[in-house]
Design a protein around this ligand. Structure first.
Ligand code: 5GP
Ligand code: ZN
Length: 119
């Protein structure tokens, strides 16, 4: 039994507001948005975090980022931009141990990553 929350969202066991899905990734809105546009892009393959990437996953990461920027543009953030974030493990503030890219946009974010992420 897989107890990973994002694996449960991928399998449909837990609902999410989906933005995009194909055979290798899923994009959905963050349940607790920290900006007007805040979505996550996750691989369907369970990878704990960016520090546990296998070399065979490197192209997949590129495709996740490519989709993230496409979605950011579709959601109106092309001109003003936003922030693409991957938190890794405890010190990085990762709370869900399934690799995910955050995109935040739709408002000006604080320039210092740390101060923004601490709220
Ligand atoms: P992390 O802190 O691991 O980088 O980010 C995890 C993110 O997942 C958080 O921004 C949190 O709000 C989001 N999240 C946690 N549980 C759920 C959920 O059940 N559904 C959705 N859509 N997002 C979730
Ligand atoms: Zn998982």
């Amino acid at each position: 039994m897989n107890i990973c929350l994002f694996c449960k969202i991928i399998s449909g066991e837990i609902p999410a507001k989906k933005l995009y899905e194909d055979d290798e990734m899923l994009a959905f809105y963050d349940i607790k948005p920290m900006a007007p546009v805040h979505f996550l892009v996750v691989p369907k393959k369970h990878i704990n975090n960016l520090l546990e990437l296998e070399s065979s996953d490197s192209a997949l990461i590129g495709r996740l980022f490519y989709k993230a920027q496409e979605l950011a543009k579709e959601l109106g953030c092309e001109e003003k931009g936003g922030r693409f974030i991957i938190n890794a493990k405890k010190d990085g503030g990762q709370t869900i141990d399934h690799l995910h890219i955050h995109f935040l946009g739709g408002r000006a974010l604080r320039p210092k990553l740390a101060s923004w992420f601490m709220g």
